[in-house]
Design a protein around this ligand. Structure first.
Ligand SMILES: [Zn+2]
Length: 348
């Protein structure tokens, strides 16, 4: 597929694609074959149809190398200023796939989740590890093997799970009926949360399953917030779980989803007990969760007004209306009806 034909304009206007165009500004080829419309840079082989980089293999959409090639061939325009403006005006979900965040005290009840994947693709989950923590104590540990929609198990060298071990296991869609209670209406914790959320949402989308409503926080970020002044934890916002576990002296079978989740739970319990005043950031999975957080008074009016303004600035008026409807629903479920004179009623 030639990604740079005239009918593909909408693709290049997507937020993720704009980010790749921005990255393409600083990329240079070693050589370009203008007749064959291909480019070389080190081991990379780039054409208008494909690229040998991992990014293209994963996403099957133009990567920064392809944008650079198209531009160098005169088929595309990369304008740094225009890209910046477009990035600002294009609605998107943040890195977490979550819609909003607040600063809060770390919760005592949460579910730690960890996913292992068969390969680089986000929707190739092959193991789910779950550890339930209630009142800062581990009350349940569960591990599920999942048959991903791929036979490519290039990540076996990382976690040791082979296709033969999961080929008779349920796929994610069948397993979800057992998993959903650990997510829906829960507070989720993960070490390096953005990755696990990306895998979860990609897999749910693949099977056309609706996203559950939950709150989530990142234990890796909490380690950094609480311990950044300790010399042993310098740069802890990037330390891998295995390193942090070792510093904590915890027994750990790295890249077994259950062991990863259990170790993460122990680290968070330690942080919750020893640094109870340190804020952690809570992310809400979707508009329904934001609305309920607001009705439960965890999110202040100012924050919601700010959120509404942002939705409108992004010309996302449909999302705006949807979000307001969610707030109304959540409120009426709790028997809350605002007076016409209530300042919020003017926004709602
Ligand atoms: Zn590429």
């Amino acid at each position: 597929m030639n990604f740079f034909s005239a009918d593909k304009k909408a693709l290049h206007d997507q937020y993720e694609q704009l980010r790749r165009q921005k990255n393409a500004l600083n990329f240079k080829f070693d050589s370009i074959d203008f007749d064959k419309r291909t480019g070389k840079a080190g081991k990379l082989r780039v054409s208008l149809e494909r690229c040998t980089c991992g990014e293209f293999w994963k996403r099957r959409k133009p990567c920064k190398h392809m944008y650079r090639l198209a531009t160098d061939l005169g088929l595309f325009e990369l304008d740094a200023e225009k890209i910046e403006v477009a990035l600002k005006n294009t609605p998107h979900h943040n890195l977490y796939g979550c819609e909003f965040s607040i600063r809060a005290l770390p919760p005592k009840n949460f579910v730690v989740v960890d996913f292992e994947k068969a390969n680089l693709l986000s929707d190739s989950i092959c193991q789910v590890g779950l550890v339930v923590v209630k009142n800062n104590r581990v009350t349940e540990k569960k591990s599920f093997l999942i048959r991903p929609p791929y036979k490519n198990f290039s990540a076996t060298k990382i976690h040791g799970i082979k296709f033969s071990e999961v080929k008779n296991k349920p796929n994610f869609k069948s397993a979800w009926s057992k998993l959903i209670k650990y997510f829906h209406d829960q507070t989720i914790a993960a070490f390096a949360l953005p990755h696990d959320l990306r895998y979860l949402f990609a897999t749910l989308d693949r099977y056309k399953l609706p996203h559950p409503k939950f709150k989530a926080f990142d234990v890796q970020a909490n380690v950094y917030t609480c311990l950044k002044n300790e010399p042993a934890f310098e740069g802890a916002n990037h330390l891998p779980l295995a390193t942090v576990a070792e510093k904590f002296g915890l027994e750990h079978d790295a890249h077994d989803a259950l062991s990863d989740a259990f170790v993460t739970a122990q680290i968070q319990i330690h942080l919750s007990k020893n640094f109870p005043q340190e804020n952690s950031t809570i992310y809400y999975s979707n508009a329904a969760a934001v609305a309920e957080g607001f009705v439960d008074n965890e999110i202040s009016t100012e924050v919601v007004v700010d959120y509404c303004k942002r939705l409108l600035k992004n010309k996302n008026s449909l999302d705006y209306v949807r979000f307001l409807r969610k707030i109304k629903q959540a409120e009426s479920k709790r028997g809350i009806f605002r007076e016409k004179s209530d300042p919020l009623e003017r926004i709602l």
